[in-house]
Design a protein around this ligand. Sequence first.
Ligand SMILES: *Cc1c(COP(=O)(O)O)cnc(C)c1O
Length: 432
Amino acid sequence: MRRMATTGTFELLRTAGLAEIDPDVADLIERELERQRTHIELIASENFTWPSVLEAVGSVPTNKYAEGYPGARYYGGCEVVDEIETLAIERAKALFGAEHANVQPNAGSATNMAVYHACLEPGDPILAMRLDHGGHLTHGSKVNFSGRNYTVSGYGVDRETGLVDFDEVRRLAGEERPKLIVCGGSAYPRVIEADRFREIADEVGALLLCDMAHFAGLVAAGVHPSPVPHCDFVTSTAHKTLAGPRSGFILCREKHARAVDRAIFPGLQGGPLLHTIAAKATCFRIAASEPFRAYATQIRTNADALAESLVAGGLDLLTGGTDTHLVQLDLRRSDWTGKDAEDRLSEIGITANRNTVPYDERPPTVASGVRLGTPAVTMRGFDEDDCREVGEIIAAALADGADPPALRARAAALCERRPLYPGFRGFPAYES
Ligand SMILES: *Cc1c(COP(=O)(O)O)cnc(C)c1O
């Protein structure tokens, strides 16, 4: 512990910034920034958000209580935050061509909880992608509220192709008669074909939810087909490919608007995080711009370059490649487990996470795959040559006779060439 600065006067507390008041936390934040700067971030669900978004997240609407919705709050003094939330809603609708948007969810998980709450009763049947085939915890895992509260059946991918097995989806939909079908996931490297899920949903009279948490940024930029025209509900995070603040939002058809809004408040949350909603508004503005389209296009180009170099280095990928930002290493033909590979990559300065592959015989804590993604490295300026170098470093790290110190130096050199947040210390500076 460094010197305790908090022994100053009340006046000091009211006027000084973090570095002065709490050097312990300021130090830790600076260390975390240093970690982000000096490691190659390949966790597919992470990104480095914009400085403008960081400023909004650190801003004074955090002080405001505003339970309810714009124009219908349970608190006074909401005239300005009403404008903030309305701006975020209008921008979300315009960006994705949606009839209705709710921008209050505090996280991606809350978006799915709210949609279930809006259209299902406890015990109702859902059909969703199995977690071990690339789905998400909130799509019906036994250890999650979704699996405990609803009757879930899970579809998977074809053993040979690794693609969603639509014959199985259709068969399960016919047998289980789900009230809601969920598409989208967190470890599926190919396009989510919401139009094909729609056909099946219509055949059995089910509602359709697409969870685009991972690929929303690609949809915003037009480099992944939009699920919005085909779905009753679309849920998303703002902080993955969309590059915004940590949080979620829901899009839906007008006829479900009231049910969705009531599911979030008063169903699930209290007062919304207005500072984060301000940051979402900024994120949506940026995502509608030409530079964002170029960024998302580069995420895709980089993912292809990474995938090609991994394959050239002798590694297997699920489905052989990617249509998105996400690449899944399949280590079953090698001597590596997902966990050991994750540890080796960590040792050389590359951050990624182990992930089961479909039909994995190892438990999720060990797993036989590693999930990789390009949103974060693309944000710090990596191009396709850099991503090919990353692929070569990974292949060398997992090859016989690897030389970790040499590979660590190559990874560090890439980070030095593509600086992250130059001139920033990790938090907005308060100036009294
Ligand atoms: C990340 C993710 C979520 C959950 O988001 P949190 O903000 O971590 O709660 C939900 N669904 C999918 C498909 C995701 O990838």
